[in-house]
Design a protein around this ligand. Structure first.
Ligand code: NAD
Ligand code: MG
Length: 393
């Protein structure tokens, strides 16, 4: 029996995780769920899934949740703020933490889970991009287990031999390349001169996947693939040259591993996050996820091409940052979070997301943070610089 905390339970990945675990009451016991400000969503989840604890990161929302649950006669305990998030990640009876908070806000809870030797199901790629080796060292030092939920990394993990799954070198296992696939998002073939007219509604309408707003915009700019490149480099201890990005618009192949004998192993499935979620929940076993297998007789096209860096400058910025080092990836993650939030609020244009990221990298990208405090300070400094630059754009 695994006892689970779901960070970001009110979000897209959080809800999919609840959908998978409710199918297996004999295997998973829900201890805590966390959210930020969505009180109504949290009340519904408390009533349906009856966790022991519900945490709202936002203090006011926690107060509201507490009062409303009391009125409803619920006995779910409510905690609040960073302390509440850290408490449900360090609680001794918790075996497993689904890390599905969006953005850098997820770093400290996820790192706490690592330090407390939990089985971490990692959806929150920003936490890893932002802290890199510091996070991986915390996992290694405490013998925590880190399993990738991001569909590409989960696919790569599944296509790797067990030696690499448990931390061995790619070359020793005969791995030549990781082929990181991406759909190219909604603007793969849009006229470049129309990019300045892209609205938040157009950007969040992903052709294949249903996801939270931030990752949907990242998919539209292809920053998502850039963050995933950095994530893959870290998770599989790969060099820059060992990873290629391949565009595959249908999102049926979720990524591939190419071996020295010419074999290429792919993981395929419907574009539904319950597949990688179920895989990480049950690894090394398999459980039912609620997703139907593919019917290949019904698949029309299966196409591939190289990414176009002039169309998606954010992808190039991320690849470059991955070469420069931790400072650059911390800066890029923070500036991108500010840029995307301001694009979603109609304060900057779609094209200015990349402009802002580039300016922040120019100013701060050569920093070299070492400790957690260095990383958090650089993250904060970048957010302030980005806000200043936005007012001048
Ligand atoms: P979402 O926006 O749907 O949900 C985000 C969750 O984080 C919510 O529960 C929200 O309450 C919580 N949250 C937001 N800000 C917070 C804060 N400051 N403090 C505490 N909690 C906060 O996002 P999502 O699509 O579920 O994505 C979650 C993570 O998973 C992201 O890092 C994303 O990149 C990654 N991911 C998502 C998908 C997908 O299909 N949705 C696929 C791969 C990876
Ligand atoms: Mg992904």
């Amino acid at each position: 029996m695994q006892t689970i905390t779901i960070l970001g339970a009110t979000g897209s990945i959080g809800l999919s995780t609840l959908d998978v675990i409710k199918r297996h009451p004999d295997k998973f016991d829900l201890y805590a769920i966390t959210g930020n400000t969505n009180v109504l969503g949290m009340i519904e989840l408390c009533q349906q899934y009856k966790p022991s604890i519900a945490v709202m990161a936002d203090e006011k929302s926690a107060q509201q949740l507490h009062e409303q649950l009391k009125t409803l006669g619920s006995n779910v305990d409510v905690l609040s703020g960073t302390d509440g998030l850290l408490q449900v990640c360090s609680e001794p009876k918790v075996t497993t933490v689904m890390a599905a908070i969006v953005g850098g806000a997820g770093l400290q809870p996820t790192l706490t889970a690592a330090k407390h030797s939990k089985r971490i199901l990692l959806a929150n790629k920003e936490a890893l991009v932002m802290s890199g080796d510091l996070f991986l060292s915390a996992v290694a030092e405490s013998n925590a287990i880190l399993l990738p939920v991001d569909s590409e990394h989960n696919a790569i993990f599944q296509a790797m031999p067990s030696s690499v799954q448990s931390g061995g070198a790619l070359v020793d296992a005969g791995v030549e390349k990781i082929l990181l696939t991406g759909s190219g998002g909604p603007f793969l073939t849009k006229q470049l001169n129309e990019f300045s007219q892209i609205t938040p509604e157009m950007a969040v309408a992903h052709p294949n996947w249903s996801m939270g707003a931030k990752i949907s915009v990242d998919s539209a700019t292809m920053m998502n693939k850039g963050l995933e490149f950095i994530e893959a480099k870290l998770l599989f201890n790969a060099s820059f040259e060992q990873i290629d990005v391949v565009i595959h618009p249908q999102s049926i192949i979720h990524s591939m591993v190419s071996y020295s004998d010419g074999s290429v192993l792919a993981q395929m499935g419907q574009p539904d996050m319950r597949i990688p979620i179920a895989h990480t929940l049950s690894f090394p076993e398999r459980i039912e996820s609620g997703v139907k297998p593919l019917d290949f007789t019904q698949l029309a096209d299966f196409s591939f091409c190289a990414p176009d860096f002039s169309r998606f400058p954010n992808l190039g910025l991320a690849l470059e940052a991955s070469k420069v080092g931790q400072g650059a990836t911390t800066v890029l993650n923070a500036s991108n979070e500010i840029a995307v939030a301001h694009f979603l609020n109609r304060k900057i244009s779609f094209n200015n997301i990349a402009t802002l990221n580039e300016l922040c990298l120019e100013q701060l990208g050569s920093s070299s943070p070492i400790t957690l405090d260095d990383i958090l300070e650089l993250d904060q400094q970048t957010r302030e610089v980005a806000l200043g630059l936005i007012s001048q754009l």
